[in-house]
Write a protein that binds this ligand. Structure first.
Ligand SMILES: [Zn+2]
Length: 373
C-alpha cells in the first residue's frame, strides 16, 4: 500500500494481488512457512525488496530480501488490509522527546473504514478463525507443534493426551509419543497408560484421511447423497427424541409448581410442620432449577441439528485435497478432524486397540471410520 496526498493509504495494484493470495492460501490451510516458500520459489518480491525498488531504501542485512514465515504472520494480522487504520501504535512522550515506544495492543485506537480494503471481511474472518485454532496446539519445549497436538483424547478418562518426547540412548535419535495426560500426572491410580508412538498414530490418521478422500473422489455424488440421507434420518430422530424429552421436562416443571403450592397451602392450614414444608419446597425448587437449565440445553440442541448440510459440502471439498497427501500436517487436522479417541493399548486388555477418528462432519458414518490396530 502507498499513501495519497491526504496520507490515506491507497491500494498498490502491483502488490494487492499478492496480499490477497497470501490470505487465500492461509485460509485454505497452508502454513506461513509453506506460503513463504511458494513466493520465494516464484520470485515474488518480498515487502523489503519491493520497498527497495520503489524507494531505494535498502533492506536490513538480515532480511536478505526473501519472504519468511514471520513476514507472512505479520501480514495476516494487519487490519489495514480490511480498510481500518490502527492509530497510536507508537507514541511520543513529549514533543521534545521523540523517542517512541510501542503501546499495548489493547491501547491501539482503530479508525474504521478509512480507505478501500484489499481483502474482504469474509476472508479476513476465515483467516483469523484459523489463526486462533492453530494457536491452540501446545508447543513442546523444543518449539515444535505436533500436527495432532490437542486432538487426541483418552478413551478411558476423557482427558487430553499429551505429547512426550524422549531421546534414544543408543542412537541419540529424538522420538515422540502421546499418552493420557492424567496418567502422566497422577499415574496408574488415576488412568492406564495409553502410550502410542506419534509416528504410528500419524500414519493411522493419514491413511484414514487418504482412504476417505479416495473413496469420495471415486464417487462423490453417491457419497454426498448417502450422507445427506443418513444425516436427515439422524437429525429427524434426534429432533423427535429431543422434542419428546423437552415436553416431559416442561410437564414436570409445571407439576413442581403445583406441588409447591400444595405444600404451602398445607402449611397454612396447619397440616404440615414448618420445617418439613420448607424442606419440600427447597427440594422442589432445586429440581425445577435443574430442569430449566436442561430445557435450555435441549432447545439449543434442537436449533443446531438443522445446521449441518452446508458443512458437508465444505468438508468434501477439503478432504479431496488430501487424496495423495505425503504427510500429515496441522492444517489438515484442523480442517478435517474434531477429535481422536484413543483406546487402551492392546497389551493390557488383550483386545484389539480402538482408535476412533471423529471428523468435523460425520461423513465417516457413510464411509468406514473405525480403525483397529
Ligand atoms: Zn486417561
Amino acid at each position: 500500500m502507498g499513501t495519497d496526498k491526504k496520507r490515506a493509504p491507497v491500494i498498490d495494484e502491483e502488490t494487492a494481488p499478492v496480499v490477497r493470495r497470501i490470505f487465500e492460501l492461509y485460509a485454505s490451510g497452508m502454513s506461513p512457512r509453506g506460503i513463504s516458500e511458494v513466493l520465494n520459489l516464484e520470485g515474488v518480491p518480498s515487502p523489503a525488496t519491493y520497498a527497495y525498488t520503489q524507494t531505494g531504501q535498502k533492506p536490513k542485512p538480515n532480511v536478505m530480501g526473501l519472504w519468511t514465515a514471520v513476514t507472512i504472520r505479520e501480514m495476516l494480522n494487519k487490519i489495514i488490509y480490511i480498510g481500518h487504520m490502527p492509530q497510536l501504535r507508537r507514541t511520543s512522550l513529549s514533543y521534545k522527546n521523540h523517542k517512541r515506544f510501542r503501546r499495548d495492543e489493547s491501547e491501539w485506537a482503530v479508525v474504521y473504514n478509512t480507505h478501500e480494503p484489499i481483502i474482504s471481511q469474509e476472508l479476513w474472518d476465515r483467516v483469523q478463525e484459523r489463526r486462533k485454532s492453530v494457536a491452540k496446539g501446545r508447543k513442546t519445549k523444543i518449539g515444535f507443534t505436533h500436527p495432532l497436538s490437542g486432538f487426541l483424547i483418552c478413551a478411558d478418562c476423557g482427558n487430553k493426551m499429551k505429547l512426550c518426547t524422549s531421546v534414544s540412548r543408543s542412537t541419540g535419535k529424538r522420538f515422540f509419543h502421546f499418552d493420557c495426560g492424567y496418567h502422566i500426572r497422577y499415574g496408574k491410580a488415576y488412568c492406564f497408560s495409553h502410550y502410542i508412538a506419534a509416528s504410528i498414530i500419524e500414519e493411522i490418521v493419514l491413511n484414514d484421511i487418504r482412504e476417505m478422500a479416495q473413496r469420495i473422489v471415486l464417487d462423490e455424488n453417491a457419497v454426498r447423497e448417502e450422507f445427506m440421507q443418513r444425516n436427515a434420518e439422524l437429525a429427524d430422530n434426534a429432533v423427535k427424541s429431543a422434542k419428546k424429552e423437552l415436553q416431559a421436562k416442561r410437564k414436570r416443571v409445571e407439576e413442581l409448581s403445583r406441588l409447591m403450592q400444595i405444600a404451602y397451602e398445607d402449611r397454612l392450614k396447619g397440616k404440615m410442620p414448618e420445617d418439613i414444608c420448607l424442606n419440600f419446597i427447597q427440594r422442589y425448587s432445586d429440581e425445577q432449577k435443574r430442569l430449566e437449565t436442561e430445557i435450555t440445553g435441549l432447545e439449543t440442541k434442537l436449533a443446531e441439528t438443522t445446521n449441518t448440510i452446508q458443512s458437508a459440502d465444505e468438508f468434501i471439498r477439503n478432504i479431496k485435497k488430501y487424496f495423495a497427501a505425503p504427510e500429515l500436517t496441522r492444517e489438515m487436522c484442523y480442517e478435517l478432524i474434531d477429535r481422536i479417541i484413543v483406546g487402551r493399548s492392546s497389551g493390557l486388555s488383550g483386545k484389539e486397540r480402538e482408535i476412533d477418528i471423529v471428523y468435523k462432519v460425520d461423513i465417516a458414518s457413510v464411509l468406514r471410520h473405525k480403525f483397529k490396530k
